[in-house]
Design a protein around this ligand. Structure first.
Ligand code: SAH
Length: 340
């Protein structure tokens, strides 16, 4: 039920349950007030008869908090159990600009970036809009605060689950739903060009983050298999189209890996290729993952990379690292299966 918009639920009431459409409004306001409730028994302002009909015809999903870890920096990582023995992680972060939840979009991922633990074990399945929504609702309820920002940067490739992600964005944004402005939502992609173009055409004003991580095909293909399908030039062209069309700044993510993609020459090549795009570069020192043999550059080398970009007119900052002591940082989230 949580995957439905209010309009869809109204239609369901009228056409399938032969009851008044306004019942949808009652259910909607109740469910968003009582995030995480999984049955209608607590809905005391309507008759028992109606509760029974709803209970028999509408399934409200829920997520079980299987594990909750709190970092020394205040970041909180949840392991949420889904109904089918998959489990995904979400990360709650406190920023000056508001409480942010990093949401998973798939149980696993099939993009197989070599530095990322979320790809370990491949893809189990796409998450439903309701399962993404429930991550926000459940964290909100557990922390007892309002979440004002959502980033689709957890496990999975959001644009590989395109329809469900777009529906989720609508539900999050809806005044009847979580009422979070599109400008407070970021969608991150490893660079699925066809889907970036679709997102551009839909034109919803979310921030697009693109995990670039390399200035050319030789380096990028060694790190990210998706680059064999959509090379750097093709990706950057679609980013430019996106920024030109939407007038919104793209955020390029760039994970610095010692001696792989972090030389001055790499920075110059990157600057040259993106200088005509309305963008910002978000630098991330690579986080360690089990079995990984990449390491981050030292602080001096990393800062040199940033300065080289800036000297070429590219705005670049380091992303604050959150929750690495509880493996909640970028690339450290991992799907769990069969753990119940
Ligand atoms: N699939 C999407 C969403 C994931 S967002 C994407 O690729 O953008 C997670 C971000 O963390 C991505 O930018 C990803 O490339 C980055 N990341 C993955 N592994 C990492 C690691 N070990 N250290 C730092 N960042 C990493």
């Amino acid at each position: 039920m949580l995957s439905l918009t209010k309009t869809e639920l109204r239609e369901f009431m009228k056409n399938k349950l032969n009851t008044e459409a306004f019942r949808a409004d009652q259910i909607y306001s109740w469910i968003y007030r009582n995030a995480g409730e999984a049955d209608f028994s607590g809905m005391s302002d309507i008759s028992k008869a109606h509760r029974k009909i709803f209970g028999e015809n509408l399934y409200i999903g829920r997520l079980e908090i299987l594990k909750k870890q709190v970092s020394r920096d205040g970041t909180v990582k949840y392991l949420f159990g889904l109904h089918d023995k998959n489990a995904v992680e979400s990360v709650f972060m406190k920023y000056k600009h508001g409480n942010t939840l990093c949401v998973s979009t798939q149980a696993g991922c099939r993009m197989a970036c070599v530095f990322c633990d979320s790809a370990t074990g491949g893809l189990s399945r796409n998450l439903l809009p309701s399962e993404m929504l429930l991550q926000v609702m459940s964290a909100q309820r557990d922390m007892n605060v309002r979440i004002s920002n959502v980033v689709l940067m957890g496990i999975g490739e959001p644009l590989d689950n395109f329809e469900n992600v777009i529906k989720f964005l609508e539900l999050v944004n809806s005044k009847d739903g979580l009422n979070i402005g599109y400008r407070h939502i970021s969608v991150s992609t490893c660079g699925l060009v066809d889907k970036i173009n679709r997102l551009r055409d839909i034109n919803i004003p979310v921030t697009l983050s693109v995990s670039l991580h390399a200035p050319n095909d030789i380096i990028r293909s060694g790190l990210m298999p998706v680059n064999n399908k959509y090379g750097v030039d093709e990706l950057l062209k679609s980013c430019k189209d996106y920024a030109d069309f939407t007038k919104r700044r793209i955020s390029f993510e760039y994970v610095l890996i010692n001696n792989i993609n972090d030389s001055r020459e790499n920075a110059r090549e990157l600057a040259l290729k993106i200088k005509n795009i309305l963008c910002h570069v978000n630098l991330i020192l690579i986080n360690r993952v089990p079995g990984g043999n990449f390491s981050p550059p030292n602080a001096k080398r990393a800062e040199e990379f940033r300065k080289t970009l800036e000297a070429s007119g590219i705005n670049a900052t380091f992303r604050r690292k959150c929750g690495d002591d509880i493996n909640a940082a970028c690339g450290q989230l991992r799907k769990k299966s069969d753990i119940f």
